[in-house]
Design a protein around this ligand. Sequence first.
Ligand code: NAG
Ligand code: NAG
Ligand code: NAG
Ligand code: NAG
Ligand code: NAG
Ligand code: NAG
Ligand code: NAG
Ligand code: NAG
Length: 556
Amino acid sequence: MMQTGQFLLFLILPVVSETCCVGTYQMKVPVAAAGHLHYRAVEGENFMMPCIQSTQNNLWFRTGGHGPVEDNTSFGCGEVFTADVKHSGQYVCVKSGSKLFLHLQVVERSSLRCFQPEEGSVELLNNVGGSILCPGHNCSDNRDVTWYKGNVSVSELRRDFCVKDGQLLLCEVKGKYDNGLYFCDRRVEEEGITWTFRRAVKVTVVAHITASHPPRMVYPFANMTEKVEMGQPHNLTCEVFFPYEKNLKANVQWFVNYGGNKELMTSLEMSGSQLRSDILEEYRIIQRGIIQEVTPQHLNHTYTCFANNTAGNVSVTVGLEEKVKWPSLVVYPVSSVLLVVVVGVIVYLMRLELQIIYRSHFHCGRHDEDEKMFDVFLSYVWSPEKEANFYINTEEEEEEEENTEEEEEEDEVSQRSLSLLLHQVLEGEWGYRLCLPERDIIPGGAYTKDIVLALQKSQMLICLLSAHYFCSSNAVFVLESGIQALLKNSGLKLLLIRTRRDSASMFQEAQLPSLVQRSLKVLPSLMWTGDQPDRVSCNFWRSLRKNMPKYQVKMK
Ligand SMILES: *[C@@H]1O[C@H](CO)[C@@H](O)[C@H](O)[C@H]1NC(C)=O
Ligand SMILES: *[C@@H]1O[C@H](CO)[C@@H](O)[C@H](O)[C@H]1NC(C)=O
Ligand SMILES: *[C@@H]1O[C@H](CO)[C@@H](O)[C@H](O)[C@H]1NC(C)=O
Ligand SMILES: *[C@@H]1O[C@H](CO)[C@@H](O)[C@H](O)[C@H]1NC(C)=O
Ligand SMILES: *[C@@H]1O[C@H](CO)[C@@H](O)[C@H](O)[C@H]1NC(C)=O
Ligand SMILES: *[C@@H]1O[C@H](CO)[C@@H](O)[C@H](O)[C@H]1NC(C)=O
Ligand SMILES: *[C@@H]1O[C@H](CO)[C@@H](O)[C@H](O)[C@H]1NC(C)=O
Ligand SMILES: *[C@@H]1O[C@H](CO)[C@@H](O)[C@H](O)[C@H]1NC(C)=O
């Protein structure tokens, strides 16, 4: 039996000793359900109307008599305002159909028996127990005091606390939860009326009551030098953090050291700001020392920022150094030379592309139409077997192509129909004189010579690009010769017609001459989208027409 009792004691004791004042939680006081409420406030103090549960909007309207009519003054529950004598009067709150009245009486400070303004705020140390006194504690009956934090009863806050002799005891203060405005309600019976006398206390949680350690300087750093400009004003900046103390005794100053002497500098002071929101832990103070105009003498001195509080001091000394300024007379010529060099390099690297773009867009070659036999040299490649005479294929390539043949079949059809269509439109409808190599170049001659000649006699070269086109050395030769003619400014216009599957990757695969590869990126081209709606293909033909030579020598 003894052992069991001791065991139980051990179980209970730690619990009791860890929590403060167990068992004396404040009871939630129900607000008078019916009739009138009477509240008393002190002028100049923060005040808040009580919150009534199950009301529609929790608004208290001032009323002259029996309804919220004459006056438009209203206070929401949870709304903090500074009580003024003029706020005294009758208020009404509509509660589920019925009306609840509140009589507010704002009393002057001078009418109170013991009014001390410092009772309206309290600083509590973080992480330890703290107590909050209801103002007027020494001259009041403290038997019936109810505490609220804002509009919430402290019993609903889930904090360990108790109310002892009217004062609120918090078991462990935490800045995160306990900062804020508190209200204590005393019940006062007067002439048969029960008044609720509401007072406010502002609670601030702090890290220390007095300075715990010397200040720490975050700027300047030890042994650094500041860059200054000759003849200009300069501000030396000192940034210091001070540990919180109720009556801050912070001191930050700049000194200039002449040899062994120290002299206080003129300074600009800046107010400090708090570092943390939950707990007042540190203050930041920035102090500036002014140098009206930097002279060479200033570079010979050192400058010390000194900061101290009751706990100690800290100081850092810095030197000055002249800022190296690039004179504009040097900077501008250097940067313009650099710019010219950069542009020059780009032009050099891209000269081929730039030349092609220039020649294609400013077609300024010789326009001797008399010398030209053809308007358009149309270069295209049909599928391998059809071009036996025009397309030379190695066996390996053929094998590779068999795999993709099915996929390309559809493309092939559209290719072929496009080349036929082009032939028909250019020659039949628009009346251009076409040069088709398989038709107009007599077989048996020297192929390359014939092509160059035919190109010389043409005003324009249109290449219908496709995968097969890039695999055909003859076709690529035509394209290359065309590009060379364009570069020689021989009056030849070049236009590429691309199909959907003719993507950039194709040029790389086919290991084209670098002249062709580079030109393909910049030569004017049209996209043939194949079996698209009429509107799209209509755009294609319109663009093609625009790109054609402007004059037609021989109309049909
Ligand atoms: C009520 O509000 C109106 C403006 O909204 C103002 O002119 C009037 O003075 C107010 N009445 C009182 C009694 O404050
Ligand atoms: C407390 O006040 C807030 C506004 O500050 C309000 O939203 C809330 O509903 C009030 N609480 C009660 C219980 O009425
Ligand atoms: C209340 O009385 C105590 C002593 O009884 C005193 O130490 C304290 O300063 C008084 N407080 C105020 C606010 O007058
Ligand atoms: C600053 O310079 C002094 C001597 O010039 C030296 O003793 C000290 O260690 C230096 N401090 C730092 C932080 O470098
Ligand atoms: C120095 O500080 C003052 C006040 O902040 C400012 O008006 C002035 O422009 C500053 N001077 C320089 C050179 O930064
Ligand atoms: C700076 O000090 C050096 C000696 O330490 C001295 O020779 C020089 O004249 C001084 N310069 C100025 C501008 O005072
Ligand atoms: C800071 O230092 C100065 C000079 O040593 C001293 O006069 C002043 O009292 C000190 N301030 C504090 C808060 O200790
Ligand atoms: C700064 O603090 C040190 C001790 O840390 C003390 O010896 C010295 O006198 C203080 N300096 C000033 C100017 O107060």
